[in-house]
Design a protein around this ligand. Sequence first.
Ligand SMILES: [Zn+2]
Length: 221
Amino acid sequence: MNPSELIVRIPLGATSAYVIRGPVPILIDAGMVGQDALLRWQLRRIGVELPDIALIVVTHAHGDHAGCLARLSDMTDAAIACSRETMENLRRGAAAPMKPRTVVGRALLPLMSRFASYPAVDADVAVVETMTLAPFGIDGMLLTTPGHTRGCLSVLVGDQAIVGDLVSGKLARPRTPSAPLLLEDPDAWARSVRLLLDRGARRFHPAHGGPFDADRVAKLL
Ligand SMILES: [Zn+2]
């Protein structure tokens, strides 16, 4: 199967989660607090029931990605995988630092502060650099891609990359890629984008806007 056909976007208002539809479904990110019914409804629309999910991957510890995680953890037996930094934040229900990259980012910080906390949850698997998805029947991997936060993680399935907030759509033009408004570590961010390009990512699927072709993302460097 073409890798792009395995990836299904799950729209959750201002953010998107994703499902990798392999032999067992893998969920990437878990929306905002209070979106668990919407998330469950959107999954059902594509024929996925919560108990079917084998793995939940959390790209990073911001409340619009980890908001429903504790609820999902109660409703499924899925393992939760994330970076070590994210695991530590999830345990405390705390957000990774929000460091604005631009004036616009600074202006929007009060709005984003509502993502600063979410119900705490214990993750099961801490990814150090990479983790293969072969045990889930997927020719793909998780990779740590720090930058937006130091604990960010991306998913590479063939030439398709699900990147959380590593790259985001512009506010007024969501189909145009941009570095994220919040950027904890700019140098690490550039290395992470380069890593995904070097690993063969041809299409980037972000949590906000997109998707983006790799040549447009490469121009951000
Ligand atoms: Zn974020």
